[in-house]
Design a protein around this ligand. Structure first.
Ligand SMILES: Cc1ncc(COP(=O)(O)O)c(C=O)c1O
Length: 455
């Protein structure tokens, strides 16, 4: 073994470790290292070659307050000097404060939190709570969605004594369509469709055994990685009624949409619908430290005064992470970032609509707040997708990745790595109008690459 304190770290060494020793998420493992980021500030980041680029993705929609805000960095250093973490069976001040803060910012009577290390874990906890609260195994989900990368870990923990309180057999999944109006699964048009997508969920829950079998429905209020799908305004009020009728819990995955991304604290605030369980991560600590949370309504929280809460983690409510969130969440309020997201989001949406008029490869533009999607097509009239849509990620050239490559060359990163035909524009909420103009001009240039692939 080499001396661990002096691992060679020249550029070529680091490149080699990336290629030979590190797993890169959701990709064929690369033959060359991606560019190395050395610093970031505000809405920009700098790579090893000294080049500065505009971050129009907020690093997978997480860095809502921008990079390296000194107020947060200072709070992290301060907390790190006294207590980084301790066993979750004992209390720590940052965790207690954060649990109260989350009860304040979330809608309705969402009031009790399980604090996790990220979004997938928050959703795992949410589904487990739904199983335990209802005693039912089925969970409805929707096509074209992403809720995180973990397997249902506990199903695999065979023989562990904590297994007695689980609802055995894991989750049974029931899948229903999205309110994807640009490509309606029912071939209809809003509003004459009368929300067939919700009526279908009503019928599906009935056919799956209703209140005897179905625990919950999980959804992204505005679908993120799978295409910035914004539902019609009636969708969530109607879905709430369907869930109440069947006594099925609503789990809103606000991992991407939470903390101002859509122009409200949480996207569900747009429709005044209170979900039974809400999950969050990303904008909660904006990547300064990894954190997430599962927040439940009073009635659900109260149940676990009498019923064993069969979930936990060594770093649940990690003190340093909680202190980070406690310093960061008030910044949304102090700097009016939620209002800014609403106002500048409309500006960005209008600018993106202009791109649709100009470019043959742009079939649709949609968004809410600073969360705007550009859907790429081969043919505007037929809506034929720019890259064929199926669930298999193929190696080789993908026109969208060619556009993303061009964006990189021109000095910008947008959210284009996911396998759907949508490029998401989601800059930090601190962005200025001039910086939006700068980003849209780069996008305008890069979309010319997409135009070459059109019919
Ligand atoms: C809506 C949604 N839920 C859950 C997750 C998973 O979060 P994490 O990557 O922090 O586990 C993501 C990640 O992109 C997401 O977009």
């Amino acid at each position: 073994m080499i001396d661990l304190k002096s691992i060679p770290s020249a550029k070529e060494d680091l490149d080699r470790y990336e290629v030979e020793n590190n797993f890169h998420s959701w990709s064929f493992q690369p033959a060359v290292s991606p560019p190395r980021v050395v610093s970031a500030k505000g809405v920009r980041f700098t790579t090893e070659d000294g080049r500065e680029r505009l971050d129009f993705s907020s690093c997978f929609v997480s860095h809502n307050i921008g990079h390296q805000d000194e107020r947060v960095v200072d709070a992290i250093c301060e907390q790190a000097k006294t207590l980084t973490s301790f066993a979750p069976s004992l209390s720590n001040k940052p965790r207690a404060i954060l649990a109260k803060m989350l009860a304040e910012v979330t809608p309705g009577d969402l009031e009790r939190s399980f604090i996790t290390l990220g979004g997938a874990e928050a959703n795992e906890a949410a589904v487990k709570i739904a199983h335990q609260y209802t005693g039912r195994r089925k969970v409805v989900t929707r096509y074209r969605t992403y809720h995180g990368g973990t397997a249902s870990a506990m199903s695999l923990s065979a023989g562990d004594s904590r297994g007695w309180a689980q609802v055995l057999g894991g989750t049974e999944i029931v899948t229903v369509p999205q309110p994807y109006c640009y490509r309606c699964s029912f071939g209809q048009t809003y509003p004459s469709c009368e929300l067939q997508c919700v009526k279908y969920i009503d019928e599906a829950i009935d056919l799956e055994g209703g209140a005897d079998k179905v625990a919950a429905i999980i959804f992204e209020p505005v679908t993120g990685a799978n295409g910035i799908i914004v539902p019609p305004k009636e969708y969530f009020p109607m879905l709430r009624e369907v869930c109440d009728k069947h006594d099925v819990l609503m789990i809103a995955d606000e991992v991407m949409t939470g903390f101002g991304r859509t122009g409200k604290w949480f996207a569900m605030d747009h429709w005044n619908v209170v979900p039974d369980i809400m999950t969050m991560a990303k904008g909660m600590t904006c990547g300064y430290l990894p954190m997430g949370a599962t927040v439940v309504r009073k009635q659900i929280g109260d149940r676990f005064k009498e019923q064993f809460f069969a979930h936990g983690a060594t770093y649940a409510g990690h003190a340093l992470g909680c202190a980070t969130a406690n310093a960061l969440i008030p910044i949304y309020q102090e700097d009016n970032l939620i209002e800014k997201s609403e106002k500048l989001g409309q500006y960005l949406l209008d600018k993106a609509q202009e791109l649709k008029e100009k470019h043959p490869c742009v079939g649709d533009v949609r968004g809410l707040g600073l969360f705007v999607g550009i859907e790429l097509v081969k043919n505007k009239a037929t809506k034929e997708p720019l890259t064929p849509t199926n669930a298999k990620v193929m190696p080789g050239m993908n026109p969208k990745l060619e556009i993303a490559k061009k964006l990189g060359e021109l000095g910008m990163m947008a959210m284009a790595a996911n396998p759907v035909n949508v490029i998401a524009l989601a800059p930090p909420l601190i962005i200025s109008k001039d910086e939006i103009d700068e980003g849209v001009a780069i996008m305008d240039e890069a979309l010319k690459v997409g135009d070459r692939f059109t019919a």
